[in-house]
Design a protein around this ligand. Sequence first.
Ligand SMILES: Cc1cc2nc3c(=O)[nH]c(=O)nc-3n(C[C@H](O)[C@H](O)[C@H](O)COP(=O)(O)O)c2cc1C
Length: 197
Amino acid sequence: MKETNDLLAVGIAGSPRKRGNSSSLLRAYLEGVSSEGFKTEFIYLNGMIFRGCQACDRCVQGKTCSVKDDLNTIFSVLQRAQIWALASPIYYDGVSGQLKMFFDRLRFTTYDPYKLKGPRRGILIVTYEDNKKKEYFETASQLANYFTWNDRGDFGKVRVVAESNLGPKGAWKSRPDLLNKLKDLGKKQARELKEFY
Ligand SMILES: Cc1cc2nc3c(=O)[nH]c(=O)nc-3n(C[C@H](O)[C@H](O)[C@H](O)COP(=O)(O)O)c2cc1C
């Protein structure tokens, strides 16, 4: 059994706004996880220089990712973390380019010997400006399904949160209900996971 303080949650912020809507909901989620004794790490993709997947297929052959850039520095954290929390704004009906490039680069975690092992939890948070649109929930759900692709660890069911009417950078500040919702979700997923460790 792991000590609670060996448990780790990694938050990946896909927005260029460090204190914008999606990152703030992500921070609230991590706060909830942390209150259950997990360590948390917040990673700001926009501050890193990295390329998308080069489709070299080295990882398919069991070798490490051939692209050497800032993203490689966080791979070990991702492999260790029992919770992956990803957040992004909706840009032209999809997630941000930063998050999509990051996601594509995770392909190596679906092949041995880098395949993730052990129970995990995941969440994908997206925020957008328009009124509620089920299409955005579906878009986020499609990407979230790939958390579990190729038996990638055991993420259980990946949670998707898609929140509307969050245009301006500080829109989240008038939505304490959302912050509470995310904090509660963080607590819930952390508690579920503690059962396994
Ligand atoms: C380049 C760009 C494209 C956007 N495209 C959409 C869109 O297709 N639909 C939408 O509802 N909001 C769109 N938005 C608004 C953002 O999704 C919204 O402001 C979001 O909450 C920003 O999150 P953030 O504060 O975490 O960056 C767009 C914003 C930008 C900058």
